[in-house]
Design a protein around this ligand. Structure first.
Ligand SMILES: [Cu+2]
Length: 439
């Protein structure tokens, strides 16, 4: 049966420098395929853009109503706007290491919810890099329109795969109850209680009920598997779990691991000091912001500035947030919603995110601008060169972004000899408030 051989491809955007560039199959206007008559033919590439029939001015908001195809990083929002695929490709090369290191960090999460929220952030960067933001926002950036871009399924199939791999590695971790806050959507109002038995419209389980997270805890219930989730290929569940953990260590270890291992294998005397007894100092930025009244879409870009050429400044990481952010002002004035907001604001910890700095610091070591990864060298370096900027786009509320706090922390990390074993993080982190105090 054809259905037995049906595949939905995924694109692993989290491979970082081990992977390919932004795939050509998304950016070339024409595709050559074998037609129904068995002959090769050239057709408009269905992964390049989607053609509306035409865009509906009654259903679509401005500016999307006037554009008749999906666009990536368009030249404008006029009817004759064009995609800038070269900008998407360049964007991916800029951000892929940060996405990879973010996903690597997510895989070390102690809870399912922590993994899910970190994965959400880094998949948001893919929306950002393929969509771009105002004034050049394309369909993929705008949550309400992103599913029209044909890369939507291929990008999200990989998010689904990464979640399935985390679940396989951590079978006891699962959805813990939490409040949706202001991230509600068409079906789930803001400030709803989210939990593993919550029906998830519009996904029907049968004619009467919607699937709940518990119904689909294992993706095989839905009749599919990823290369890494074919548990039936292993004699026991334990063997399968070991294999998944090996894949996670191979594909999603922080990029600094590969760099440091290669440098130490080369034994170059100028860089061997970076790994003392197979241990190095890992550096991250932690951001915190109050959860309420955030712009629904924004990114914060972190840079090293004032560098001694050739580039004076380089981006070292982003924090992207992209939610539907329906702001229902009528519902907001309602008593119970206001009460929910108050109790939510009272009970929720700040929204947190981490960005890895270690590979960007290693770049500076190799460029001769920084001596080592030790605090004695890194703290003065970051105090001098690290800055950040919040970008919300033209029609987004600045909201509470002024209250963002940024902190730099270090942790000692050991690299095991066996590349299929995960990095070992010390349980203790050291904060350096002096690095970010001035901003
Ligand atoms: Cu998405």
């Amino acid at each position: 049966m054809a259905a037995d051989a049906f595949r939905i491809p995924y694109w692993d955007w989290a491979l970082g420098q081990q992977g390919e560039e932004f795939p050509d199959i998304f950016t070339t206007p024409l595709a050559t395929v074998i037609g129904p008559d068995g002959n090769q033919q050239t057709i408009p590439n269905p992964l390049y853009q989607y053609q509306f029939h035409p865009a509906s001015s009654s259903d679509f908001e401005s500016p999307w109503a006037q554009m008749n195809t999906t666009l990536r990083c368009p030249t404008s929002h006029a009817f004759d706007a064009e995609s800038q695929q070269q900008m998407v490709r360049a964007h991916y090369m800029t951000y892929r290491r940060g996405i990879h290191d973010g996903v690597a960090k997510a895989f070390s999460s102690a809870t399912y919810n922590a993994f899910a929220s970190e994965l959400e952030i880094h998949h948001g960067t893919v929306h950002f890099l393929a969509g771009c933001m105002d004034p050049y926002a394309g369909h993929f950036w705008d949550t309400e329109y992103s599913a029209f871009d044909p890369i939507f399924m291929i990008v999200h199939a990989n998010a689904d795969r990464l979640m399935a791999m985390y679940q396989a590695a951590h079978p006891n971790n699962w959805v813990e109850p939490k409040n949706s806050g202001e991230t509600g959507n068409f079906w789930i109002p803001n400030f709803s209680n989210l939990h593993a038995d919550l029906p998830m419209p519009p996904f029907w389980k049968d004619g009467q009920n919607f699937y709940t997270p518990n119904d689909i805890r294992n993706v095989s219930v839905l009749g599919y598997a990823y290369p890494e989730t074919q548990y039936w290929l292993y004699p026991t569940t334990e063997y399968w779990r070991m294999a998944v953990n090996e894949s996670i260590a191979r594909y999603y270890s922080p990029s600094a691991r590969g760099t440091l291992t290669a440098l130490s294998d080369m034994g170059s005397s100028s860089t061997t000091h970076l790994l003392a007894d197979t241990t190095f100092t890992d550096w991250i930025i932690k951001t915190k912001t109050p959860v309420l009244d955030l712009p629904s879409k924004f990114y914060v870009v972190f840079s090293f500035v004032g560098l001694p050429s050739p580039e004076k400044s380089i981006e070292v990481g982003t924090w992207t947030r992209q939610t539907t952010g329906r702001r229902d002002t009528q519902a907001r004035s309602h008593y119970s919603v206001n009460r929910n907001r108050r109790s939510y604001a009272h009970n929720q910890p700040d929204l947190e995110n981490t960005i890895s700095l270690t590979s960007s610091l290693l770049d500076q070591v190799m460029a001769g601008n920084l001596k080592s990864l030790s605090a004695a060298d890194v703290v003065p370096y970051l105090t001098k060169h690290l800055t950040w900027q919040v970008i919300t786009g033209k029609d987004l509320i600045q909201g509470k972004m002024q209250d963002i706090t940024v902190e730099v922390l270090s942790t000692e990390v050991r690299i095991p000899d066996d590349p299929t074993q995960a990095l070992e993080y010390s349980s203790h982190s050291t904060p350096y408030p002096e690095v970010t105090d001035k901003q």
